[in-house]
Every structure is written in structure tokens, then in C-alpha cells.
Design a protein around this ligand. Structure first.
Ligand code: ZN
Length: 103
């Protein structure tokens, strides 16, 4: 298991989780409810989006980054989640590493 992202904005975490769900990357949100409890003695536990498999970390972070940042190149192109190369829209596999085009 590996922490991917911590945020007090659990709505945003839920949105990111749905992106990972669609990519079939196993993940869950930890501490989703505890964040709503105020506790002055200990640090509140922040909601954290966690990956079940450490090996998914690179793919998951690249996937979320592509949702975060605007595409630098034309919208006709897609960014390979595996190697970050941009590909023409007509390519179904990454020209560089043959990764499948993300949805
Ligand atoms: Zn690639």
C-alpha cells in the first residue's frame, strides 16, 4: 500500500479516486470520516488517497497529473501515462513505449 495524495478536500480526493477507478487502479480513501471530527489533542487525520499496489504509483500519479495540468500541446494529442510522451490522437498505442491510450 502506498499513499498517493493527502488533502482535506475529500470531494477532490473522491474525484481522483473515480479517475483511478476508471483506469482500474485499485485504491481507497483513508480517514475520510475522521477528518470531520475536531480533535485539539492530536493532529487530525487527513483524508488520504491510497494505492493498494505500490507498483501503480507512477501510473496513478501521471494519470492525475494529466487531469491537473492543461495539455501543453494540441488537444488532438494524448499524453502517455507511462512515459509522458505525447501522441497523435490517431494512435491507440504510445509510439514510444506501446502503452495503451488512456480513456
Ligand atoms: Zn509511452
Amino acid at each position: 500500500m502506498r499513499d498517493l495524495l493527502t488533502s482535506l478536500d475529500s470531494t477532490r480526493l473522491g474525484y481522483y479516486k473515480s479517475i483511478l477507478d476508471e483506469a482500474e487502479i485499485p485504491c481507497f480513501i483513508r480517514n475520510e470520516t475522521t477528518a470531520q471530527l475536531a480533535n485539539i489533542f492530536i493532529m487530525p487525520l487527513q483524508p488520504t488517497l491510497c494505492l493498494l499496489n505500490d507498483a501503480d504509483y507512477d501510473q496513478a500519479s501521471a494519470l492525475l497529473r494529466s487531469y491537473h495540468s492543461p495539455q501543453p500541446s494540441s488537444s488532438e494529442e494524448w499524453l502517455c501515462p507511462a512515459c509522458k510522451e505525447s501522441n497523435p490522437a490517431s494512435f491507440d498505442l504510445c509510439w514510444n513505449c506501446q502503452a495503451t491510450k488512456p480513456e
